[in-house]
Design a protein around this ligand. Structure first.
Ligand code: NAD
Ligand code: UD1
Length: 336
């Protein structure tokens, strides 16, 4: 089965392509490489023995997308392409809405023309804002977002829901990721952030490998067991498998399908620091700092719905997340 994968050269997309090939699917990648390197393609080939078809281009270029759909018998689309840095989105809201929201509209229009009406969209737990209760179920309120990135995810969810309300033959799957971390267990593929990492795991990994002196822990006065923020970290390989499970279970069923992809378990910043220290064999230097504006105290997923309806459950532990990240980071200290 041919599946168009937008943003397939990026962190989550590349791991998903590997798992798709292992599962007998044929990913066709579109990426403009604004946040990825073309070396990723060789790494996918080295792991799977298959080099996926790759088209360099932008999802906002409708003629380019139309060409791809004309050339291949695409059955479904997994839509990863987008910009994802929260701080940058505050400084560049127009760029974020254009890429993430407009980009999705152009893609959906091109899909409709080609008669491809199955899409799996990369959404985020950020659409839940600061949750009133944890674990967060899929019917928890959404929309209380705190930044343009989060709003762009919420807006796309709303646009795609409206599309389904108008045209009920679409299969639209919104996957709300919690905190994706980790790397391929081979140590040949992983997250390769440009500049100073915004997120916890890549920052810890760069401290471990000696690229940064110490981690700033943003707040130790949250109402959590050790005072630091608690998140639901999910191994990127589990996340990748979740996409395949979603395609198989609901990709051919008309409907608006919404699932959390998380583990159902929260870990604090200090627990992650400790786990990483064990993985790399040396303690991670850190200092306590004030809270980061916009952060919430704690957030983890209810995983019941995905387990019940997709037959999918995350299985990889925090120890595997840190060990695989360390393998990737130590083998590739400067990324790809
Ligand atoms: P990433 O930046 O590594 O991958 C995104 C890919 O999309 C990159 O390869 C980039 O070059 C490409 N891209 C961006 N804009 C494009 C455009 N207009 N046309 C073509 N290609 C374009 O990010 P990721 O971590 O792999 O995230 C994938 C998706 O998952 C994103 O939509 C992101 O918002 C979402 N998401 C990520 C996280 C996370 O923590 N990583 C959490 C929740 C949701
Ligand atoms: C952030 C984004 C969210 C996005 C997600 C995945 C914000 C407010 N939210 O989530 O929209 O979907 O990334 O890309 O940015 N931490 C430190 N020191 C650091 C970095 C992080 O202590 O240098 C702490 C944070 O305070 C938080 C935890 O680590 O408690 C996780 O942070 P991070 O990895 O940035 O993810 P989120 O904030 O959950």
């Amino acid at each position: 089965m041919k599946v168009l994968v937008t943003g397939g050269m990026g962190y989550i997309g590349s791991h998903t392509c590997v798992q798709m090939i292992e599962a007998g699917m044929e990913p066709i990648i579109i990426d403009n490489l604004c946040n990825a390197k073309d070396a990723v393609l060789d790494r996918i080939e080295a792991l799977t023995g298959t080099k996926p078809q790759f088209y360099l281009g932008d999802i906002r270029d409708e003629a380019f997308l139309d060409g791809g759909f004309n050339q291949h018998d695409i059955k479904a689309v997994i839509h990863f392409a987008g910009l994802k840095a929260v701080g940058e989105s505050v400084a560049k809201p127009l760029e974020y809405y254009d890429n993430n929201v407009n980009g999705t509209l152009v893609l959906a229009r091109s899909m409709r023309k080609a008669g491809v009406k199955s899409i799996v969209f990369s959404s985020s737990a950020t659409v839940y804002g600061d949750p009133e209760v944890v674990p967060i179920t899929e019917d928890s309120p959404t929309g209380q977002t705190t930044n343009p990135y989060g709003r762009s995810k919420y807006m796309v969810e709303e646009c795609l829901s409206d599309l389904f309300n108008a045209e009920s033959d679409w299969s639209i799957t919104l996957l709300r990721y919690f905190n994706p971390v980790g790397a391929h267990p081979s140590g040949t593929m992983g997250e390769d952030p440009q500049g100073i990492p915004n997120n916890l795991m890549p920052f810890i990994a760069q401290v471990a490998v000696g690229r940064r002196e110490s981690l700033s822990v943003f707040g130790n006065d949250y109402p959590t067991p050790d005072g630091t923020g608690v998140r639901d970290y999910i191994h990127v390989m589990d996340l990748a498998d979740g996409h395949i499970a979603a395609l198989k279970a609901v990709g051919e069923k008309a409907g608006l399908h919404i699932y959390n992809l998380g583990t159902g378990k929260g870990s604090s910043v200090l627990e992650m620091v400790d786990a990483f220290g064990k993985a790399c064999g040396a303690p991670i230097a850190y200092e306590m700092c004030p809270r980061r504006p916009g952060d919430i105290a704690e957030c983890w997923a209810s995983t019941d719905k995905a387990e019940r309806e997709l037959g999918w459950k995350a299985t990889r532990s925090v120890a595997e997340m840190t060990a695989d990240t360390w393998k990737w980071q130590s083998n590739n200290p400067h990324g790809y």
